[in-house]
Design a protein around this ligand. Structure first.
Ligand code: BGC
Ligand code: IFM
Length: 817
């Protein structure tokens, strides 16, 4: 199979050597409010905070090539009239060299054509709402060359939804302003409304010309491959009045042999002063002073270099909080670099904006963001704290939660409502993870409103209890949690069948009389409630702990009595009370989710159900490419099951390898004392370990994808929907906390290695509550007993308590059999 690139672990980069990757292999720039997506051929889009409401540049989804529209620079040799683009796309000319380096928060694309070498680095400086494109051009001819450079971005008219649909309006509203003195193009569409934002696109060089109207730049019946302006080598100084505003600078460059020139482009977002917010009188609406300061600052290459170094330092420092050194290269590079990096991206963007998520349909998912915190909390706990409070503010007094909220407004999305009955319980898992990481128990006292309404505040602890109550208030005929619209599996819609409510089953909590029940939520309840109990005990709230112990026991009994199918856990009962995920079914006999959740919750521990369950998972669901969601997949549509059966067999929720769920089984295997199997499953979906399969896998080899096509799919092994998936967080939890075995607890750091026998030793360095734990794990020598030494002193527990305050480093040596 073809290789498209390689990992450079020292530089923390993935280096792509062939531009025609099976799909665009992308990177995310920006860590805070301004984000930019960029592919290995310069495709992508930018937005401020919210990919729906503040989209800066336009992107065209669903194209061939996939990423058509981006951040492009054309070079034209004036004498010969030959031209090409520095990122290969959109001209796709023959190249003398090409290399794309995707690094942490930056992407560098080098290429050479006609002996002209270019090196463009794209990045978003820390704490800035702008992106830099820094280009260096070198002339490798033995003679002087005259070049023309044309930059290109296409502006989006802010609301990406309206931008993609409302053309009768859109083609009339576009407005721009050109400030030749500073080489800046302003995009100010919407400034006449009560909006106060605008975009700017500037450049370090004096302009020969510019263009702001797409049609003029490209030319009618031309294409991005050969825009008429580039072909002719002359910009038209076009002004956009409606239609499609773009930003294109025309710069002239003369280079002696082997001379290099550096040019800087700055694309950014800004807002007007408050007083200018309403109906500004004329074009002088722009807060130019502020923008000019920024532009002037970043036109200086020295400042750009400093910002770039600061960004690199930022990532080095973040990733230094958790580093490992194990015998396996795939584990090392994913854990040390890419898995943590992806956790940051999913934390920032939830499921909103990728090449597969349009940035329109989904904002911050309640379920999703809570899970993303699990893999992110050690990196920047303060941000996790704020996210927990934001999420809790979208909870309702019932404990239910809006399924998602818009990042710009932080308000719950009404259309989707709140009846995904698993949602509230995830808040418990994220909060407990935060507490264990930080020991910041004060967060539990924070007053948080319901549905963002003032004067409705209750403590976070109350919110968490309401999450448990929400489940307990909604139990079905078997005493199992009602599924509502769906649980973790969005597409398992079990209440679709009967039009009429089931009259024989109506409680106040279930006014609609819909009775489908979820074994996933049952397991999740036990898992979450046990964590709450641990917290109550730690907080010495004994009555509460006792109260919930009763609820946990009852739920476990209901699961064992009504939810055990003999060799595995059922998945659900549908609205007519029929089993889902049973050997009695013809299709969908066994599902992964309820096995994972119930085992992580240690349901049926006394009856030793884990070994049997995991053997069933192995027998029925495991494939060389990962563990499938269920099997056999549904071959026809079932009204009583809903969207799950709308997918062709082996894809998405209908029996693909839904990577998010695989770590639950890895965790269960590790907990059940089978490290070999846990690690074996880990490697099956580890993107780096699949790099050699790139032609089959197709997605980026440095990032987890949401799904890999299942055994029954014609493209078994093909990954889809890379980047924004809970797979990132859960794999990090599985490998770091359960396989490498380092997990934070209320009282200290627990170390319980569950690694394969072939590993003779490994090291972990873990920052925990301000202390560096340098951990070495080794096999016992012959005749030696397993042991744990902390700073040279033998200890009996696997939980290492925090040292006294003055100590900043602890050395731990663990000997395992
Ligand atoms: C997708 C799911 C998604 C759901 C809700 C379904 O079509 O398959 O992955 O979570 O829609 O947006
Ligand atoms: O659990 C969901 C998630 O919230 C969004 N993507 C799909 C998953 C499974 O349906």
């Amino acid at each position: 199979m073809k290789k498209y690139g390689y990992f450079d672990d020292l530089r923390k980069e993935y280096i792509i050597t062939h531009p025609d990757t099976p799909l665009p292999w992308i990177n995310y720039l920006g860590t805070d409010s301004y984000f930019s997506l960029i592919s290995n051929t310069g495709g992508g889009y930018s937005f401020y905070k919210d990919a729906r409401y503040r989209r800066l540049t336009r992107y065209r989804y669903n194209n061939t090539p996939f990423d058509s529209n981006g951040k492009y620079i054309y070079i034209r040799e004036n004498k010969t009239g030959k031209f090409w683009s520095t990122t290969w796309q959109p001209t796709r000319h023959t190249m003398e060299m090409y290399q794309c380096q995707h690094g942490l928060g930056y992407t560098t694309i080098q290429s050479q054509a006609e002996k002209i070498h270019s090196n463009v680095t794209y990045f978003v400086p820390l704490n800035e709402n702008l992106e830099i494109w820094k280009i260096k051009i070198t002339n490798h001819h033995t003679h002087t060359v005259d070049l023309s450079l044309f930059s290109f971005v296409e502006f989006c008219l802010w609301d990406a939804q309206g931008d993609a649909t409302n053309f009768q309006r859109n083609f009339n509203i576009g407005e721009v302003e050109i400030d030749s003195a500073t080489s800046t193009i302003y995009h100010k569409t919407e400034y006449r409304e009560r909006r106060n934002h605008f975009a700017f696109f500037s450049c370090s060089e004096p302009l020969k010309g510019y263009d702001t109207q797409r049609e003029k730049f490209i030319g009618s019946y031309h294409s991005m491959e050969s825009p008429v302006v580039v072909e002719n080598g002359n910009s038209l100084k076009s002004h956009a009045h409606g239609w499609a505003p773009i930003g294109s600078h025309h710069i002239e460059v003369t280079l002696e042999p082997e001379q290099t020139k550096e040019i800087i482009f700055i694309l950014g977002y800004s807002e007007n002063k408050k007083s200018e917010k309403f109906s500004p009188p004329d074009s002088q609406i722009l807060n130019k002073e502020k923008v000019n300061q920024k532009i002037t600052y970043y036109k200086d290459p020295k400042n750009v270099e400093d910002a770039f170094i600061a960004l690199k330092r930022y990532w080095d420092q973040l990733l230094s909080k958790f580093t490992i050194d194990t015998p396996d290269v795939h584990t090392n590079r994913m854990v040390n670099i890419w898995n943590q990096y992806q956790c940051m991206v999913t934390f920032n963007l939830s499921r909103s904006a990728s090449f597969f998520e349009s940035g329109i349909g989904r904002g911050m998912g309640f379920r999703d963001s809570n899970q993303d915190i699990l893999g992110f909390v050690h990196l920047i706990p303060e941000k996790a704290r704020q996210r927990i409070l934001d999420l809790a503010s979208t909870q309702m007094p019932s404990g239910g939660a809006y399924h998602q909220y818009q990042p710009l407004t932080k308000r719950g999305n009404h259309e989707l409502g709140s009846n995904f009955n698993d949602d509230p319980l995830w808040l418990i898992l994220s909060t407990v993870a935060y507490l264990k990481e930080t020991g910041d128990f004060d967060i539990l006292k924070e007053d948080i409103p319901f549905e963002n309404q003032k004067n409705s505040e209750k403590s976070l602890l109350t919110h968490l209890e309401l999450s448990l109550k929400y489940t307990l208030d909604r139990l079905g005929p078997h005493g199992l949690p009602l599924i509502g619209r769906a649980d973790w599996n969005d597409c398992l819609n079990l209440n679709c069948f009967s039009e009429e409510p089931n009259q024989s089953f109506q409680t106040t909590a279930n006014k609609e009389g819909k009775i489908a029940e979820s074994l996933f939520i049952a397991g999740q309840f036990v898992y979450a409630a046990k964590q709450m109990n641990e917290l109550f005990i730690y907080l010495k709230m004994v009555d509460k702990a006792n109260h919930y112990s009763g609820a946990i026991q009852k739920m476990e009994e209901a699961i064992v009595q009504h939810g055990w199918d003999g060799e595995w856990f059922l998945r659900a009962y549908d609205d007519r009370g029929h089993k889902v995920g049973s050997h009695e079914n013809n299709e969908g006999q066994i599902y992964i989710e309820s096995q994972g959740m119930c085992l992580m919750a240690e349901v049926g521990k006394k009856m030793k159900l884990a070994t049997k369950t995991l053997a069933s998972v192995h027998r029925h669901l495991a494939t060389p490419h990962g563990i499938m969601l269920h099997h056999p997949p549904y071959t026809r549509y079932h009204l009583e099951l809903g969207e799950i059966s709308s997918y062709p067999p082996g894809y998405k929720e209908n029996g693909s390898i839904f990577c998010h769920t695989n770590p639950w089984i890895m965790i269960a295997e590790a907990m059940n004392g089978n490290p070999e199997q846990a690690y074996n499953y880990y490697l099956r979906i580890n993107p780096s370990a699949r790099e050699h399969l790139s032609d089959l896998h197709r997605c980026e080899p440095y990032i987890y994808a949401q799904t890999i096509a299942g055994y029954d799919a014609p493209t078994f092994g093909e990954a889809k929907n890379s980047w924004l998936t809970g797979t990132a967080a859960w794999n990090f939890v599985a490998i770091s906390q359960y396989i490498l075995g380092i997990h934070p607890t209320f009282n200290g750091l627990t170390i319980e290695p569950k690694v394969p026998q072939t590993w003779l030793e490994y090291k972990v360095s873990r920052l925990f509550r301000g202390v560096i734990y340098s951990i070495e794990v080794k096999r016992v020598e012959e005749g030696e007993n397993p042991s744990c030494e902390v700073d040279g002193i033998q200890v009996n527990s696997s939980t290492i308590p925090l040292p006294d305050v003055s100590k900043k480093e602890v050395k731990v040596l663990i000997k395992i059999p």
